[in-house]
Design a protein around this ligand. Sequence first.
Ligand code: NAD
Length: 296
Amino acid sequence: MICLLGQKVITWHLFGCSCYLISRKRRIINLIQDKLESIKNSKEAYRRMVEKSMLVSRLQQLGRHFPEAPLNLEQAPVRVAVTGAAGQIGSFLCNFIAQGRMFGPYQKVILQLIELPQAEKVLQGLVMELNDGAYDIVHEIIPSTDPMVGFKDADVAVLVGARPRGKGMERSDLLSANAKIFQAQGQALDKVAKKSVKVCVVGNPANTNALIASHYAPSIPKQNFTALTRLDQSRAASIVSERVKCPVEDIRNLHIWGNHSATQYPDTFHADIKSQPLRSVVKDDAWLDGPFLTKV
Ligand SMILES: NC(=O)c1ccc[n+]([C@@H]2O[C@H](COP(=O)([O-])OP(=O)(O)OC[C@H]3O[C@@H](n4cnc5c(N)ncnc54)[C@H](O)[C@@H]3O)[C@@H](O)[C@H]2O)c1
């Protein structure tokens, strides 16, 4: 009797021990699995960090400023539409955007490239070039000859496509050639782009074209439209810097009055070079009032 009881106690004891061992083993396996998972995650985080710092250093070498890494790296790509993408400025711009020089090295982009039907082949060539670049931040490229497709859901639109100024053409001549283009693009933006779209007009006369596009896109706030009109000021500064052999950043307050047209006037009377009046440094009023104005 005593012997039978002893056997039962031992059996229960052994059963209890093995249950304990099994649950312990399971806990150890779970622990190991957790550890492996965290090593995998930290390896992934490390890989991302290295990848990011490579992009950052690449941009630093290019001398560019860029935003801090966003906390949420998985944020949605920015849809950026570029018209005249296959042209001289457009194709440079597309490469810059793909390199992260517009939205920073962390922000993915969807390039929506718009061209005229006659430039479709050149556009295809640009797309091949961009694909060859295998840019990390390019999420997708959508080439199109239809503004309704190209502007669809755009967050940003850069309107480069326009007729460039031909020989002997006044800037005002350009206006009539380009007014129709910017009317059609304003209407297309109004219909298919996001209502928050930010539009930068580059095609000249840029500020007037921006006004036309904005007029034909009444559902998009006026303040979302801007134009690239810095060119004349930068050109004036670089001409003076070349003349007096000084760095461009030494030239301050060299303003342009008037429109981006024959009415423009680069004001050298209020400008200075290293805190000295610009005209007294240049010491050539005839040049400043003649060839300089014409060149700008
Ligand atoms: N704002 C500035 O600082 C600045 C500086 C330089 C040039 N620009 C202007 O930028 C524009 C482009 O210059 P570029 O040298 O690249 O000219 P480009 O001729 O090399 O390229 C223009 C491209 O626009 C395309 N295009 C024309 N109409 C179009 C339309 N309706 N829709 C889509 N694409 C269209 C053409 O097919 C062409 O590929 C010109 O108007 C030029 O005056 C502005």
